[in-house]
Design a protein around this ligand. Structure first.
Ligand SMILES: [Fe+2]
Length: 437
C-alpha cells in the first residue's frame, strides 16, 4: 500500500462525524438495556461503546503512531468482540463473569481516547503505517455502526427510544417512496455477456483498502443472466407457503442442520402472528426498528446465505458469484445507503442507480449475498494495524457479500470492498437475487 497524502482536517472531521453518529446510535437504547446482549453470541452493549474508541487508540495511536495508549486495563477489556460468525468459538472472550464499568466510566474513557486520536491526527507525519492505522480506525467505527444497528433490530421495542432516531436518519427518508414496482420488472432477467471482471484494489493506486481487497486482478466471467431486482418479501412468501423450509433437497447440509436445530421457518426479519390458535396460516410482519409493520411485499427479503441459496435452488437457479456481481454492477451507483433509513425500501425505487446492464439495487437497499466463499486474493498480506481482520475468517464457511445496506456509510462503498458472513447468520441487512447460465 502506498498512501501518499492525507487531509488532516478532513480526517478529523470524519472522526468527529463518526463519533457523533455512534453516540446517536447508543442513544437509541433505553439505558436499562445497556448491559444486555441482543444477540447471544455477541458482547453486551456496554462493550461496543468502549470498543469503538479503544480500537481507534489501538490501531492508530499505538500501532500506527507507536505512541502509548490511554488506559491499559480498559483498552484490554474493550479490545476485541466475539466473532458472531463462529459458533464453535462461542465462548465469550468477556464472559458472564466480566465486571463491566459504569457508563460514566466508559464515556470518560471514550473522551480520553478521542483526545489521543485527534491529537495524533494533528501531527501526522505521513508515515504509511500511521495513515493505514488512521483509516483502519475510521472505517472500523463506520462498519460497527451498521453492526450495532442490526443488533438493535433484535432488541425488544420497549428498550428502544425512537425519539432519538432523527439524529441518524437523514431527511427525505424512504418511507415516502412506497411506489410499487411493475410485475414485469419483478420477474425479468438481464443477459450479461462474457467478459472481464476487475476485482480487488491496486496497492499503487489506493490510499487505503482492507487487506482482503488486495491485489487487483482480472477474472474472466462467462455469459450469465441475472434478475433485474432482488427477491422481495412477497416472492419469498411463496417459497414458504410451498414448503420451502421443509424440503430437504433445497438445503445444503449446513443450512439444513441450522434450520432443523434452530427451528427456523421464516426470515429473521419476519415475525409470525397467528391470529387465532387454530389458524394455520400466520400473518406476517416485518421486524421494524421501532415497531412491527405489516410485511411490505415490495421490500427486498433479508435472509441468510442458506435461505437465499435454498430459494435459488427452488427456482432452479443459483446466486451470483463475486466476479459476476462485479460484471452485473458495472456503472451502478449507490442507492438506499449511507444511513438513509432504518429499513429497506421497495425494490427498484432508485432506477437512476441501475448498472449499464439495467440491473437495479446492486449498491444499496441491503448487502447482496454471493456464492463465493470468502478467501484471500493472490497477494494477500495481513495488515499491520489489524492483522486478524480477515485472516481469522478464511475457513471456507464464510461467504462474500457486495454492495451496501441502508446502514453502510458512504466511505465504505467502493467496488473493491468485501463483506463476509457465515452462511447461517440471519441478522444482517442482506438480500439476494438469482442467476442462471
Ligand atoms: Fe471491532
Amino acid at each position: 500500500m502506498i498512501p501518499t497524502a492525507i487531509d488532516t482536517a478532513a480526517a478529523i472531521d470524519w472522526y468527529r462525524r463518526n463519533r457523533v453518529r455512534s453516540a446517536a446510535i447508543f442513544d437509541l437504547i433505553e439505558p436499562a438495556a445497556y448491559y444486555s446482549r441482543p444477540i447471544s453470541l455477541r458482547n453486551p452493549i456496554v462493550f461496543y461503546e468502549g470498543h469503538l474508541p479503544a480500537f481507534s487508540v489501538l490501531a492508530f495511536v499505538r500501532r500506527g503512531l507507536g505512541r502509548p495508549g490511554v488506559d491499559a486495563r480498559l483498552e484490554k477489556l474493550f479490545e476485541r468482540g466475539i466473532d458472531p460468525d463462529s459458533e464453535t468459538s462461542a465462548v465469550p472472550r468477556s464472559g458472564a463473569a466480566t465486571v463491566w464499568p459504569s457508563r460514566d466510566e466508559v464515556l470518560s474513557f471514550a473522551r480520553a481516547c478521542d483526545d489521543a486520536v485527534v491529537e495524533g491526527m494533528m501531527d501526522l507525519a505521513g508515515a504509511p503505517e500511521a495513515i493505514e492505522g488512521l483509516y483502519t480506525a475510521l472505517e472500523h467505527e463506520a462498519m460497527h455502526q451498521e453492526t450495532l444497528l442490526y443488533m438493535w433490530h433484535r432488541i425488544p421495542y420497549s428498550q428502544k427510544l425512537p425519539a432519538s432516531s432523527q439524529e441518524i436518519r437523514r431527511s427525505g427518508g424512504i418511507d415516502s417512496k412506497e411506489n410499487s414496482v411493475s410485475p414485469e420488472l419483478l420477474s425479468s432477467c438481464k443477459e450479461i455477456a462474457a467478459g472481464t471482471a476487475k476485482l480487488g484494489a491496486s496497492r499503487s493506486e489506493t490510499v487505503f483498502g482492507w487487506d482482503n481487497e488486495f491485489d487487483a486482478h482480472d477474472v474472466h466471467v462467462p455469459a450469465f443472466d441475472v434478475d433485474v431486482l432482488p427477491v422481495t418479501n412477497a416472492q419469498f412468501l411463496e417459497f414458504i407457503t410451498t414448503g420451502g423450509y421443509a424440503n430437504r433437497v433445497l438445503w445444503d447440509d449446513e443450512g439444513w442442520e441450522w434450520i432443523t436445530r434452530e427451528r427456523v421457518t421464516h426470515p429473521a426479519f419476519w415475525i409470525s402472528r397467528h391470529p387465532t390458535p387454530d389458524t394455520r396460516d400466520p400473518q406476517w410482519q416485518w421486524r421494524g426498528m421501532f415497531a412491527p409493520l405489516p410485511l411490505p411485499p415490495d421490500w427486498p427479503v433479508y435472509v441468510s446465505h442458506a435461505e437465499a441459496s435454498a430459494y435459488a435452488r427452488w427456482k432452479g437457479r443459483r446466486l451470483m458469484t463475486e466476479a459476476e456481481f462485479h460484471r452485473a454492477a458495472e456503472g451502478a451507483t449507490p442507492g438506499h445507503a449511507d444511513f438513509a433509513g432504518f429499513e429497506p425500501i421497495p425494490v427498484g425505487a432508485h432506477p437512476e442507480t441501475a448498472s449499464v446492464y439495467g440491473v437495479h439495487d446492486l449498491i444499496g437497499n441491503g448487502w447482496e449475498w454471493t456464492s463465493t466463499v470468502f478467501a484471500p486474493f493472490q497477494g494477500f498480506t495481513p495488515m499491520r494495524s489489524y492483522p486478524e481482520y480477515s485472516a481469522d475468517f478464511f475457513d471456507g464457511r464464510h461467504y462474500v457479500l457486495k454492495g451496501a445496506s441502508p446502514a453502510t456509510a458512504k466511505e465504505l462503498i467502493r467496488p473493491s470492498f468485501r463483506n463476509w458472513f457465515r452462511g447461517t447468520y440471519p441478522y444482517v441487512y442482506a438480500k439476494f437475487r438469482t442467476a442462471g447460465q
